[in-house]
Write a protein that binds this ligand. Structure first.
Ligand SMILES: Cc1ncc(C[n+]2csc(CCOP(=O)(O)OP(=O)(O)O)c2C)c(N)n1
Length: 664
């Protein structure tokens, strides 16, 4: 095994014999665990269904690494994470039960082998999205710094994952924020079915640390002392405020990438080399009692398997539980009224929540010193300090990942994504990470984070700065999404989102940032999920959100001159939908509904809403007539003339209402 180092660490002194014996024992236990899992996946029918990724050959790394850390230091690992879970203290019965998808599993069978999680403990969890844990670690570390608890978080990736964008973003983010993180690469020579050497133009993956200003080392991952000392040194450096370290541990991959991998792509020589580096074989001669230890650990695993096979499957009736939490139901009390612009209202909401709760932090590109490109964060850093309001690298995945990590660690992060269109480069963190955690942990953990962004077409904004993306987010169970378009709602909805216990995306309408109106300021926040009736009426309900709401109100004004009483409901929250407000307005309007949105037509949220209205009417025996008015299915051009030709205006809304009522 080759080794090299770019920074010299002072060696932590360690009783080598004791360490080797302890690590050997634990490694034997992990190997027996993995063997048992492999066998359970090969029975007919298989006890374990689906793929499992076993860590045979890599056991020394988690075992020795965690012996070098404090008992409250945290772990985020990859899908090949059984060894890390066990070394981090997860009950092996619960872990095996989880892998077998049994009810007493640590995630009740929701996570399975590749996505075990327990963020309420030091084992934050595995991740089945290659590289994703690294940006989450940034948020966990931010929370540790905020709480001044001097904890370190260790996050692992495989060698292949080092090429992931998220890993690059995490290293950049962690370096600049000097986060107490140990990045571990377990280099087993294989990136799934492809040799790692075919995918990298550097000999040592750790050498990439230099590019980020992060000290790094390449270390043998079968040598307990080398692992222990390098992790001890990295932890000491992190606790001293020197930021992250990148450690590459060279390990053999003894088995296939997954349980059914026949390794047709791998040479005999490569397998033989790995087998010769099997840490259990290498370490056994150093211990007189090696055989006894192996037998004892095997017996423990046999006992665990016996127990797990008796465990029940999860209950089918529970399958829909824990998608989102219960909604709060607290009416806010008015404290003051102030006239302000849309963006000033955003600023007021952030300021109030930062004042009320030290766990609220706000970060994003240019929001710190500069106060945001639209001024939403003006003076917040000055008032609350650089620890609570700060600039980030231009790294959307790291921004959202940090929000996820901070949220599962007790903070209430608000992350700004400057333009909604930029969310697409970081959707993983919102969809695969934030939206999943409450569900997978059966409600033991939740993700009280807010993503603030803005969207829509304004004159000159090109197709990559003008899309209306709400339907894409509202499609994801586990996320809540609001679209707001006036000062009052910018203030009230953002505050509601920050107080809510689930991941919320608040999309503001950039085109309305400068419009001024009176805002009712309140003591506490309203609950999420409330629509706002902007205009009462009895002939037709115009249901809308975002920039179209003002245009709908304008249309309703003109329609009343023509004798048509049009109501306008600003839905504000697309998830969850305020059915109470919606149903009662539709009843008042005799079932006539026009849905209007700026987003394009196909797959737009109007389609979903229309179907919901139709299904609800059918269930209650009512009759409805629902139509929608949207931007057609085009890209959005920069030219103001072309934009106007596509995006509904108030006269289009007026005409659509008349058509719907047969009064053309
Ligand atoms: C973002 C993403 N891309 C691709 C995959 C599919 N995939 C699962 S494991 C894996 C290989 C990862 O290799 P490496 O990082 O070296 O880890 P190892 O399997 O060696 O532990 C791939 C490509 C994934 N899960 N996530």
């Amino acid at each position: 095994m080759s080794s090299g180092s770019e920074s010299l660490y002072a060696s932590a002194s360690v009783d080598e014999t004791g360490l080797i014996e302890n690590v050997f024992r634990e490694a034997c236990f992990i190997r027996a665990f993995e063997n048992a899992a492999l066998e359970l996946s090969q029975t007919k029918p298989p006890v374990i269904q689906g793929s499992i990724h076993l860590c045979a050959g890599q056991e020394v790394v988690p075992s020795a690494a965690l012996k070098a850390l404090r008992e409250d230091d945290q772990v985020i690992c990859t899908y090949r994470g059984h060894g890390w879970a066990i070394a981090a203290g997860v009950d092996p019965v619960g872990a095996m039960a989880e892998i077998c998808h049994r009810a007493p599993g640590i995630n009740g069978g929701r996570g399975g082998s590749a996505y075990m999680m327990a963020p309420h403990t030091r084992f934050i969890g595995e991740n089945s999205i290659v590289g994703a844990g690294t940006t989450i670690a940034c948020g966990v570390a931010l929370s540790n710094l905020a709480k001044k608890n001097n904890r370190v978080v260790i996050v692992t990736v495989g060698d292949g994952a080092v090429n992931q964008g998220s890993v690059h973003e995490a290293l950049a983010f962690a370096a600049v924020k000097k986060l107490p993180i140990i990045f571990v690469v377990e280099n087993n020579g294989w990136s799934e079915l492809t040799a790692t050497s075919d995918m990298f133009m550097v000999e040592r993956l750790a050498s990439r640390g230099r590019g980020y200003g992060i000290p790094s080392a390449t270390v043998s991952g079968i040598d307990p002392k080398a692992v222990y000392e390098s992790v001890s040194a990295a932890a000491a450096s992190a606790r001293a405020g020197n930021g992250p370290t990148l450690l590459e541990f060279k390990v053999p991959r003894l088995w296939g990438h997954y349980n059914r991998d026949i390794e047709h792509y791998r040479s005999k020589e490569d397998r033989a080399e790995a087998a010769a580096n099997d840490p259990l074989l290498v370490l056994a001669p150093k211990l007189a009692a090696a055989n006894d230890i192996r037998a004892e650990e095997q017996a423990r695993i046999d006992d665990i398997v016996k127990q797990v096979l008796e465990f029940p499957e999860p209950e089918e009736v529970d399958a829909q539980l824990h998608v989102v939490g219960k909604l709060a139901d607290k009416a806010p009390v008015e404290t003051e009224r102030k006239t302000m612009t849309g963006i000033e209202a955003v600023n007021a909401a952030l300021r109030t929540e930062l004042e009320l709760d030290d766990n609220v932090i706000f970060f994003g590109e240019d929001v710190g010193k500069a106060g945001g490109i639209f001024g939403g964060a003006r003076n917040l850093q000055r008032q609350f300090g650089e620890d609570r309001v700060f600039d980030t690298p231009i790294a959307e995945n790291a921004i959202l990942g940090a929000a996820v990590g901070a949220a599962i660690s007790g903070m209430r992060p608000v992350a700004e994504i400057m333009w909604a269109d930029f969310m697409f480069v970081a959707f993983d963190q919102l969809i695969n990470q934030a939206a999943n955690i409450r569900y997978v942990t059966q409600g033991r953990s939740n993700v009280p984070m807010v993503v603030r962004t803005q969207q829509g077409a304004t004159p000159g904004s090109c197709s990559q700065h003008s899309q209306s993306i709400e339907a894409l987010i509202a499609h994801i169970p586990g996320l809540k999404v609001a679209v707001v378009s006036n000062p009052q709602d910018n203030y009230a909805v953002l505050r509601a989102a920050i107080r809510d216990d689930d991941p919320c995306v608040v999309i503001e309408a950039r085109g309305t940032y400068q419009s001024k109106d009176e805002v009712v300021l309140t003591d506490n926040a309203e609950p999420v999920g409330r629509a706002r009736l902007r205009k009462a009426g009895s002939d037709v309900a115009i249901v809308s959100w975002g920039t179209m709401v003002d245009r709908a109100c304008e249309a309703a004004g003109s329609l009343s001159a023509a004798g048509i009483s049009a109501a306008v409901l600003d839905l504000r929250w697309l998830s969850p939908i305020d059915y109470e407000a919606l149903d009662s307005l539709i009843r008042e309007c005799r079932g006539n509904v026009l849905i209007v949105h700026e987003a394009v037509r196909t797959g737009g949220f109007g389609a979903e809403l229309a179907m919901q209205i139709i299904e609800r009417a059918a269930a209650s025996g009512g009759a409805v007539k629902v139509e929608r008015l949207t931007t057609p299915d085009t890209r959005i051009p920069a030219s103001p003339v072309l934009q106007q030709a596509l995006i509904p205006g108030s006269s289009d809304i007026e005409a659509a209402v008349k058509r719907l009522l047969g009064q053309e």
